[in-house]
Design a protein around this ligand. Structure first.
Ligand code: ZN
Ligand code: ZN
Length: 387
């Protein structure tokens, strides 16, 4: 079947779905309206639908004879951002906005659901469409897995898409190996001894200690991580004191660690801890460090990725395939791809004629031609995986 033409035929419906979701964004694990619309459409198309998975998640199952089980995952949540765009489909929900493109993912998911249901002659097996809540920090993927989403039946292969404004519409990124980073957040409390700003000798200054820690942490990536490897250590918050003439008792640092493999991750975590605790000790202060794992690295399977790359090249030409599309951002689809071999596909959604706004920005918007592109690539990949 001519997937591209079929997907193009859905353009207006995809745009309407996406704009409706965009106007009615919902935060993580609160996606009740979005989930309700999705469940109803899936049921109408003949899917077996399970609602309330990980609170607001929806799973649609379409059984079409013996064959492989393939899952395709999209996320549904919006962000706590006040939209600054002046568009007819601007968010109607104050302080909440689809600023990462998950509105587009839901539309793409419904487009995929539609074409796969209408063209059952083009594939054999079981299609499992997973509409996931709470990607933006609520760990919806892990919650869905806890709720058993990867069983009954267990998928053999997983696909997931993300619209990507850094790349122009009409391009795709599908790269084997790690493409998004494993992420941890960390928090350190530095306890010194407060006192008069004019008599520092009577104090243990937590601000000076924290400043030394911030500087020393810069050596983890530059001195401990191989120049051929990749990692980020960021201090995102340094909180202490509030008067010009007072040395406070304590300081708090908060940050994040990003890595592409678990060995580097363990080493970076160890060094961050050693530097914080050691520097505090050197200054006569005390430090307690808390580390909180968020997501593992997102690793694309080589075989599935090769198939997706062939799909992109066949449908859109070799120039459409961007190699080495990777980011130190993180994505909880990593939990699915950690268990099921698969491919996370970046669908270019940047405007052709002007600079595309960044994800998580109040001006975020996409070139909506990315919707048809996303549907076409996923449907074609599904049909080849289940051909
Ligand atoms: Zn995001
Ligand atoms: Zn996202």
């Amino acid at each position: 079947m001519d997937t591209l033409t079929l997907a193009a035929g859905l353009h207006e419906r995809l745009v309407a779905w996406r704009r409706d979701f965009h106007m009615h964004p919902e935060l993580g694990l609160e996606e009740r309206r979005s989930a309700g619309i999705i469940a109803e459409i899936l049921r109408g198309l003949g899917y077996r639908v399970q609602e309330g998975v990980a609170k607001t998640g929806v799973v649609g199952l379409l059984e079409n004879g013996p064959g492989p089980v393939v899952m395709s995952r999209v996320d549904m949540d919006a962000l706590p951002i006040q939209e600054a765009n002046d568009v007819p489909y601007v968010s109607q929900n104050p302080g909440c906005m689809h600023a990462c493109g998950h509105d587009a993912h839901m539309a793409i998911g419904l487009g995929v659901a539609t074409l796969m249901a209408q063209h059952r002659d083009a594939w054999r097996g079981t299609l499992k469409l997973i509409f996931q809540p709470g990607e933006e920090g609520a760990n919806g993927a892990a919650l869905m897995i806890e709720d058993g989403v990867l069983e009954n039946p267990r998928p053999d292969v997983a696909l997931a898409v993300h619209v990507w404004n850094k790349n122009p519409v009409g391009t795709f990124g599908a790269t084997a190996g790690p493409v998004m980073a494993g992420a941890e957040s960390w928090k350190a409390k530095i306890v010194g001894k407060g006192g008069h700003g004019a008599m520092p000798e009577q104090t243990v200054d937590p601000i000076v200690t924290a400043a030394l820690i911030v500087s020393a942490l810069q050596t983890v990536v530059s001195r401990n991580v191989s120049a051929l490897d990749t990692a980020v250590v960021t201090v995102g918050a340094l909180l202490s004191g509030d008067a010009f003439n007072v040395i406070p008792d304590s300081a708090e640092l908060r940050g994040t660690i990003r890595t592409y493999n678990l060995q580097t991750r363990d080493m970076v975590i160890r060094r961050v801890r050693e530097i914080i605790e050691g520097t505090a000790r050197m200054m006569g202060a005390e430090a307690t460090v808390g580390l909180y794992p968020l997501t593992p690295p997102l690793v694309n399977d080589a075989n599935v990725t090769a198939l997706v790359r062939d799909v992109v090249t066949d449908l859109f030409g070799a120039d459409a395939l961007k190699s080495d599309v990777r980011t130190m951002g993180s994505e909880d689809a990593a939990f699915f791809l950690q268990e099921i071999p698969g491919c996370f596909i970046f669908v270019g959604s940047g405007f052709a004629d002007r600079e595309a706004p960044a994800h998580h920005n109040a001006h975020f918007d996409i070139d909506e031609r990315a919707l048809v592109n996303g549907v076409a690539v996923v449907v074609e990949a599904l049909c080849r995986l289940m051909g």
